[in-house]
Every structure is written in C-alpha cells, then in structure tokens.
Design a protein around this ligand. Structure first.
Ligand SMILES: Cc1ncc(COP(=O)(O)O)c(C=O)c1O
Length: 483
C-alpha cells in the first residue's frame, strides 16, 4: 500500500471532528437533573402522546434552551455555543460567524438593521429575497434597484454584471452599500470577484446573500464563496442544502471585512428569541462538523457526481431542456432547472408528484427546480431520470401551457414612493383589477422563492396581473396619502 494512502485511511479512522454543542447536549442527556425550568414539557413528560411517539422521546429529552445544563448562551455567545461559532468561522473562512435561528431571514434583517439607516441608498438586485425588503422597511434605507441579466427563455433573472454596479456607483455618489443575491434560486452565479473589486474601488461594503451557496467552501467543483472573493458579510441558509435543521442559518463577517461585528451582534440580539432552541443550534454545529468530516466530504462529492449523472441523462431526452453553465454565465451544478416542451412547470410538478411520488424543490409556469442534495442516493437520480424520460415521451395534456408561457415578463419596478413610507402609509384593500395605476402598500411574493412580484411603493400595472392569479385583492396606498 502507498504510504500516503495508508496515512489517509488512518486519518479517516482516527477522525475526531469537534462539535461542542452536540457534545454538551450529549453530556446533559447523560446527566439528568431535576428540572424546574422551561421548557415546561419537562423532557417530554408532559406532551401529547401521539406527538411523542412520532418524534421520539430522546428529541424531547434534549429540547432545551440556553443557560441551562452548562450549554452556554447565544447572546452573548458563551461556552459551547461560542466555541461552535468559532469552529464554523474557521470552516467557512470567516472572521466571525453568528448562528441564526429564524433562517437567513434573521441574517438579512440583522444586516439591514446594523449596516443601513433611514434614507441611505443601497443597491439591491430586483430578485432579492423578501427578507431584504423587510430589513430595509425596518431601517428605512432606500433600495436602488439593479436588474440582473434576463434569461427570457426560462423567465428568470440571471447574473448581475459588475459593470452595471459600477455605472450605478459612478452615477450616484450617495449609494453607500451593495447587497447582492448569489447564486439565484435557480443556481445562476454572478462574478462576485469583479463586483467586489468595483465596491472596493468606490469604497462601499458588499453584502452577499449566499443563502443557496453554503456548500461552496467544501468542494472545489462548486463556485467560490463570496467570503473568499471580497464580500464583507455573507448569509448562508445551512438548512437549505447544508444539512442542518429547518430555520437554521449562519451570518459570516469576512476576514477583511470593513464592517464592524458589534452592531450586527446587537441587531441579532434584538431579533432572536430569548429562548433559543439548543436542538436547532446543535444542528448547525453538526452540519458544519459533517461538512468538514471525511464522510461529509464524500457525501458532497457524491451529490456533485449525482448531479452530473442526472444532467447527462437529461441531455439525452430530446424535448427536455436544462439550464447549463455554458449559456454565458456560471451555475451551481447541484441545482438543476428543467423544462419539457408542451408542459408547464406546474403541470410537470404535479405529474411527478401524483404519478411518481417525486417532490421537487419548486415549480414555475416554465419549469421545475431539482436540488441534488447531500442526502440523495444515486438510485434516487436513476428513478428521477427514468420518470422524466417517461413523462417526456408521453403526451400529457396541459391546458395552461401556451396561455401561461405568453405571460412571463420580468418587470422592472416603477417606484412611486419610498419602501418604508408606502409600507406605513394609510392603505386600502381593493380588487386586483381596480389596483392598476395605484401604488402597492405591501410585499407580494410567492414562497418559494420569496422574490417579490410587487414592492411597497411600486406602481401596479396591468403587466403584474398575470403574476397575481392567486390574489383577489391587493393592499394599496390610500389616495389621501398621495394627494
Ligand atoms: C436568496 C434567499 N435569501 C434569503 C432567504 C431566506 O432564507 P430562510 O428561509 O433561511 O429564512 C431565502 C429563502 O428562500 C432566499 O432564497
């Protein structure tokens, strides 16, 4: 056996990855105390029986909050929680990492509260997640919208050009921050290195909402994380693809960040529950440990290999199309957005679900988004590709197909009032058809992907109506506010 291979195997078998919160919970479990504190179900002793049977008594036994059983605190971070955040910072290549409950939503709100203020202008991409809008409504900062390139055939926004950001910064010296989403929900990647160079040239911080890119630092076949490309702060939804439990995310401050860490920590303290779930925090600790372990690295490599396998199979289905990296922008290989001629995405989604028991990440009128996850096996992809082959060669009826596809313009917002003013204005709720020509007072966004159709302050036009099939009424700014 080669010397190096021997060493490698030894390293794998001796591998001990630290996971301080997981270890502290284990210790607490093994050393039970008489509990006279919250949570009142007291280690699952007072809980609905069927629920306990469903989720298991061990989960309830370790369902606790910070401060008890030597588990440390979240704000300020102490004990195992502090240690776990430090290990995460090291693993993701950050100076400082904050664990987030309430998802990347909490991270975006904290960023807005910490680094923007009333009246301040912030460049934001039109397809940002609604949590960024919420953050700006809270802080009162004004978004200056940058529209990414359009990928019209797929009816989605694509990458953001650094030259566009530069033009905007050159034109408006009052812009004091750039806040970009990368990758897009469908996996299209922007050139963050160039965008960061532009931001540095104009002396403005760059925040990257990398909610869908938390795996990138753990495999060289994935795009490079913004933490290495000059962003000042980055948000990651570990629960989306990183293997932690729902609602858990991380906010990182980069090594060379020009932003202070104290103000964002203060904002998080305001936003977070004062009873953070140790179970959720442990799942973040565990996800990071897993990604660093040999087993986790293998799982990620398999996910990438599976994505390549799936893409190859799909390439051989004549009337099926997939978004690829060779269309002039980069993509994340693990996010596979497909469409089939003659079928809307929604119809394809329901065929997959009803006829094949396959659930995809999401569907639009155009196509469906498939995530190649760490937890999927090769056999899952064989089954999925077989199913898609069958569907593509069957004549399924889809009455909505033609009609819907005609109506997929991507709208550049016509802003008539500031985001915050419109949100807090006197409002009325009126029929959707009567709302054309009025100013929206609400964020209208379908989830997923949580990208807004209408923003507070945006003029409602007849082009919006095809997007609003699920809405009968809309909240608009009352006329007396505008008079
Ligand atoms: C780009 C982006 N940012 C932020 C979020 C919010 O993430 P979370 O669900 O973790 O709160 C989402 C959610 O879909 C998202 O797509």
């Amino acid at each position: 056996m080669e010397k190096n291979t021997k060493k490698q195997i030894q390293k794998e078998t001796n591998e001990k990855i630290k996971a301080p919160i997981v270890e502290a919970l284990q210790t607490a479990y093994e050393n039970p105390t008489y509990q006279f504190h919250i949570p009142g179900h007291t280690k699952g002793k007072a809980i609905f029986k069927d629920f306990k049977t469903l989720i298991g008594s061990k989960v309830l036994n370790i369902d606790t909050t910070d401060e008890f059983d030597n588990l440390g605190t979240l704000h300020p971070a102490t004990g195992p929680i502090k240690e776990a955040q430090e290990l995460a910072a090291e693993a993701f290549g950050a100076k400082k990492t904050f664990f987030l409950l309430n998802g990347s939503t909490a991270g975006n709100l904290a960023v807005a509260m910490a680094y923007t203020k009333k009246g301040q202008k912030v460049i934001v991409n039109r397809n940002c997640h609604r949590s960024i809008l919420t953050g700006l409504i809270i802080s009162g900062a004004e978004p200056v919208w940058v529209c990414p390139n359009r990928i019209d055939d797929w009816s989605i926004w694509g990458n953001i050009e650094a030259s566009k950001i530069e033009e905007m910064l050159k034109k408006d010296k009052d812009i004091s921050l750039v806040w970009i989403t990368n990758p897009t929900y469908e996996g299209v990647v922007s050139d963050i290195k160039s965008i960061s160079a532009v931001c540095k040239k104009y002396g403005v911080p760059l925040i990257v909402d990398e909610a869908h890119g938390c795996l990138w630092n753990f495999n060289k076949h994935l795009p490079e994380t913004a933490l290495k490309l000059g962003a000042d702060a980055v948000v990651h939804s570990l629960h989306k693809t990183g293997g932690s439990m729902s609602q858990t995310s991380m906010l990182h401050i980069s090594k060379d960040s020009c932003l202070d860490e104290v103000s964002v920590e203060k904002a998080l303290k305001l936003l977070h529950s004062t009873s953070p779930s140790l179970l959720l925090l442990a799942s973040l600790d565990a996800a990071r440990a897993n990604l660093q372990s040999q087993a986790g690295k293998k799982l990620l490599q398999s996910a990438i290999n599976n994505a390549k396998y799936l893409r190859k199979r799909l390439d051989n289905i004549p009337n099926l199309h997939q978004i690829k990296a060779d269309f002039g922008y980069k993509t994340d290989v693990t996010k596979v957005f497909i469409k089939i001629d003659g079928l809307s995405g929604k119809r394809l989604e329901s065929i997959l679900e009803i006829d094949f028991k396959i659930e995809v990440e999401s569907a639009s009128d155009i196509g469906v988004l498939i995530l190649c996850n760490l937890g999927n096996k090769r056999s899952d992809f064989v089954y999925l590709a077989d199913a898609l082959e069958k569907i593509a060669s069957t004549h399924y009826h889809d009455v909505y197909y033609l009609e819907k596809r005609k109506h997929m313009p991507m709208l550049e917002p016509q802003i008539k009032m500031s985001l915050r003013d419109a949100f807090y204005a006197d409002k009325e709720r009126i029929k959707k058809e009567d709302a054309v020509g009025r100013i929206s007072a609400e964020v209208v966004a379908e989830c997923p992907p949580g990208i807004s159709i209408l923003l507070p302050g945006e003029l409602i036009t007849k082009e919006h109506l095809p997007y609003l099939n699920d809405y009968e009424t809309l909240e608009v700014v009352s006329k007396k506010e505008i008079a």
